[in-house]
Design a protein around this ligand. Sequence first.
Ligand code: GLC
Length: 740
Amino acid sequence: MFKPIKPFLILLLSYSISAKVTAQSSLPLYLDETKSIEQRIEDALSHMTLEEKVAMCHAQSKFSSAGVPRLGIPENWMTDGPHGIRAEVFWDKWDQAGWTNDSCIAFPALTCLAASWNTDMSALYGKVIGEEARYRNKNVLLGPGVNIYRTPLNGRNFEYMGEDPYLASKMVVPYIQGVQSNGVAACVKHFALNNQEINRHTVNVNVDDRALYEIYLPAFKAAVQEGKAWAIMGAYNKYKGQWACQNQYLLNDILRKEWSFDGVVVSDWGGVNDTKQAIYHGVDMEFGSWTDGLTMGTSNAYDNYFLAKPFLRLLQSGEVKEEEVDRKVRNILRLVFRTTMNTKRSWGSFGTEEHALAGRKIAQEGIVLLKNKNNTLPIDLSKTKKIAVIGENAMKVMTVGGGSSSLKARYEISPLDGLRKRTGAQAEIVYARGYAGEVSKGQDGLGTGQNISDNRSPEELVKEACEVAKDADFVVFIGGLNKNDGQDSEGNDRASLDLPYGQDLLISELAKVNRNLAVVMISGNAVAMPWVNEVPSIVQGWYLGTEAGNALASVLTGDVNPSGKLPFTFPVKLQDNGAHKLGVYPGNSEETYNESIFVGYRRADKEKISPLFSFGHGLSYTTFQYGKVTADKREMTADGKITFTISVKNTGKREGQEIVQLYISDLKSSLPRPVKELKGFDKISLKAGEEKTVTFTVDKTALSFFNADKHEWVAEPGDFEALIGASSTDIRSKTAFRLK
Ligand code: GLC
């Protein structure tokens, strides 16, 4: 009955194949995903007019640049920021446009991610923030930032990953890979030497090559070579007298030639300010130029950008060769084919509970228990009937403000709300303000939704707080900094290391009225703690995002055992820090990093300065015992490896995670070197009583320093030591070895 079907099937099959083939062959090559991206780039370029090429190289709105409508090549849409997807703004204004579908999940600040020392958390972070960007149809996420923590005053340290290039290098890579797994480009920023906010638009940074290559570049290099970042954002400051967004040394010599970066260079917003420099010194996409470059504040001036009409005119006159615009457009088309025109990429998701819980997990892994005398923490809810929560940061919105990383979050659980939710009927929570900072102004036309103005005097506030605290079973003080200007915020630095708003006095008074006191710092920077010996327990709480209160409450009540460790040093005083002791900081037009490579613990070790809390420090509700480290050889060859092994045991009563750190010390070197440098870490989970073996295998790169004269990394034969520590000042075991 169905005999004749066979020829019909063959006919149908052959027709569909031929149709496909003709369809394919009729497709312009640049649309054919069976072709390589490089082939598609060349084909697309061959179809484009000069005007279309130039149009791709500069913004057309606050956060977008032109595609090629005629060819079906989409626009590029950028979005801030490193901690979540910024609310939609107007075409030509910073203000949020009042959409109702763009409330995002706010993730913890990157200092918290770094403090987790957990690359799985980085991968998770990148995945979920990438899903949010993808769903919002943004193909470039303007983050992460990896500028090194040179001074505790830098307003944007909360957006970055601490003082150590190795830790930042390891933590940034999975984040980038996670973001880009969604077909969204990570745009790593701010390249380079943007280590402060004061005078960021004017300062010319002078730094020796050793410090540049050993401290300030590694995280960017890892982002490019391991993370395969598809985009890099130039910084505002100058280096060697050229603006970083149009810089022969940083963009052409280092990024392109030395590192073989094949992505796109995006300017910071307003970072381009000269057409010729921008043409020849490496930037591909010009954003945020304040105006047409000639006068301030010209609205919709996009066609007058430096890489707009002026660029086109130079090309049309022949003064600039077409290959200069082709070079830029190739990089931009590569971005397009990796993102918007990659039809296989996922669809993303937005504002989901899954994302919120991911943020909570990252927050829980990053919270750092700095001090816990007499095991004051965790709060024992079986005995604690009344908890006094004191401090403005217990209830202050922290996801709004702070500059370009500000967010319109779907929700934000405050520490006070989190504690109330967690304790429920088990304990009564009584709140007192304790201190009052300046009222947040909101940002981008977005308010905080709070009216927390309080005109009581500091004395009244302290008095009320002490009354509430004195007859509570437990007192949780929640203070620190905030996202206001002059605090942890873009565009400015703090004026001092001290806590603002009279918190020091308040904390001392609280310590007098109740011994059961935990001080929680919500901040992105180190602060001075004159009361450090007066209080039994201290927690570094970071900016934790949407799930802040739930994450913090879970740690304070012991549901979660804290496992974070500091990604930067807490100096006792500002003069303990190289930028402040040796200068120059802040610098105005010129600034020299006189401390060179001796940043953070590298300086503390060299000058034998005891920090308030060390790089890599963090406690647990359990205890860990380290065995003796052994090496698998006494002597390693230049092209060989060496493996260090050590056992770690959980000697407490509950499960916990420990971050085991490997530092390498070059006992004798032809150039000054830090006493030791972080060259490995492993975060392990141990049940009560459990013991595990941790191994670190390194090669000569872990022994090398950058020889500026030879312009290469050098490992000098001689004696070395491997030091295993629970922090940079808590070395548990060490072993000597030689490099042949
Ligand atoms: C800002 C920031 C940068 C941000 C950009 C867009 O000035 O320096 O980090 O991504 O402009 O908002």
